[in-house]
Design a protein around this ligand. Structure first.
Ligand code: MG
Length: 473
């Protein structure tokens, strides 16, 4: 009998402890809010990080404990999309809340801006930073800009109080003739002579890219500490893991996945530092942090490019691997934690953030972003049920509900097939077939008709912006 009571007591303790652990896992960390009012907004935007590159999205050998924790404390979106599958238009979509076809930040002549490009984001666009500034936010841009490197197009002329970063991709301003693979694991920084800017001033060239991820994180942490009394917006756009890959010495060799994994693990470490700073400063319960990427992985660089996981193809294409990316939202005590399978887009960050700030989304133009806050806070069905997939200025595909129709398919960077126009669009059910393997147009003509109508409606009020990418010096 004594033994029985002993085992019964031990079992009760065990059950109690496990329950307690579960509660601790799901409860947000304790913080003291020092300031009420509109929330701080932090957007962490990676370059070419794929859908399958994080532990929490299933990568088996890249270890991302900070992002995994962020996802478990917040909401992890599994159908989260960018506005275009390459850098410049994708960034324009995020910061304007609009398909880049409207702002002119996409082109059939040049997929992105280059160091000899003449133009940038038109002044008439209202960036997220400009909209938040209207509501009294302090704003900073840290990292890759890629919306025009000439002074008038830089962040400080687009609503940001300050800027620290490389104004375009880290592989531009290439110097000399060399094969990437000859030196891939140890690239001299001078081979990519990119500038590092403070506001509009060049402060370093070539930018020391081995420490760039670390320095971007340090800038963000510093900014949080210095601006905790007022609402702030930090747009932290990492230059990495875009190729060429660079990492700080302390992360080199840290991952089983090789250099690419080292880079992701350094980014993950930085996310951990940012979130713990917000907690330490008592700001966590008044800050929305979003982590996402600008497009899918650059797969032509083999194991130096990332992974789109179970999604098809990668960067540059309108297959899912090019456009669907990780999307993690974190706001302890406010966001209803869980996995969100509804659709969302980086354009929705624009509208959601402006509404949370108590601002007005511009009404004199079409804004494609939707307010996701109800879904974030109460797990309500996402307001987004469709997405148009542009490549340059052409519509290649569209998704409505579970179904996606491809009107044109084309590979990128010599991979994934030649350009093909499909008179009967290719149709996939993305909920049962996220890898786009089983074409079902014959059995579901009615879904194609619905998607045709969606596109016709989209085109009805479409005003195509002047191509800002085509002209070069
Ligand atoms: Mg990119």
């Amino acid at each position: 009998m004594k033994n029985l009571i002993f085992y019964f007591t031990i079992s009760l303790c065990f059950i109690f402890n496990s329950c307690q652990e579960k509660v601790n896992e799901t409860n947000p960390p304790e913080t003291t809010t020092t300031r009420s009012g509109p929330p701080n907004i932090v957007v962490i935007f990676c370059d070419d990080l794929g859908y399958g590159d994080l532990g929490t999205y299933g990568h088996p050998s890249i270890v991302t404990p900070n992002l995994d924790k962020m996802a478990s404390e917040g909401q992890k979106w599994t159908n989260f999309y960018v506005g275009a599958s390459v850098c410049t238009p994708s960034r324009a979509a995020l910061l304007t809340g609009r398909y880049p076809i409207r702002s002119g930040m996409c082109s059939d002549k040049s997929r992105v801006l280059f160091p000899n490009s003449i133009n940038g984001l038109p002044e008439s666009e209202i960036t997220l930073a400009e909209a938040l500034k209207e509501k009294g936010y302090k704003t900073t841009c840290i990292g890759k800009w890629h919306l025009g490197h000439k002074k008038q197009f830089l962040p400080t002329n687009n609503g940001f109080d300050s800027y620290f970063g490389i104004p375009y991709s880290n592989d531009m301003d290439r110097k000399g003739k060399f094969e990437y693979w000859d030196e891939a694991d140890n690239i001299p920084i001078a081979h990519y002579n990119v500038p590092l800017l403070q506001d509009t001033r060049e402060i370093e060239r070539p930018a020391e890219q081995h420490t760039i991820t670390k320095r971007y994180t340090e800038k963000a942490v510093e900014y949080i500490k210095e601006n905790k009394e007022e609402p702030f917006f930090i747009y932290l756009a990492h230059n990495l893991p875009h190729i060429p890959l660079f990492t700080s010495p302390e992360f080199k060799g840290s991952s089983l996945r090789g250099l690419y994994g080292d880079v992701i693990q350094e980014i993950d470490n930085g996310v951990g530092k940012i979130l713990s700073t917000l907690k330490e400063e008592g700001l966590a319960e008044n800050t929305l942090v979003v982590f996402t990427s600008d497009n899918g992985p650059w797969r032509s660089f083999k194991d130096h490019g990332g992974s789109s996981g179970l999604l098809r193809a990668g960067k540059g294409t309108t297959w899912e691997g090019g456009m669907r990316v990780p999307g993690i939202f974190w706001w302890p005590g406010k966001i209803n934690p869980g996995v969100q399978t509804g659709m969302g887009s980086t354009m929705d960050i624009y509208t959601t953030a402006i509404k949370l700030a108590g601002g007005e989304v511009p009404s004199d133009r079409i804004v494609d972003g939707l307010d996701l806050s109800e879904t974030l806070f109460s797990n309500a069905t996402s307001p987004r049920d469709h997405l148009i997939y542009y490549r340059g200025q052409s519509i290649f595909a569209a998704r409505l509900g579970n179904f996606k129709a491809h009107y044109i398919t084309q590979g990128a960077y010599g991979m994934f097939g030649k350009k093909e126009v499909h008179n009967t669009p290719l149709l996939y059910n993305l909920s049962v077939d996220p890898s786009e393997e089983y074409e079902i147009s014959e059995a579901h003509q009615e879904e194609i008709t619905k998607i045709n109508t969606l596109i016709a409606n989209h085109k009805k009020d479409l005003v195509v912006g002047k191509d800002m990418l085509a002209d070069r010096e």
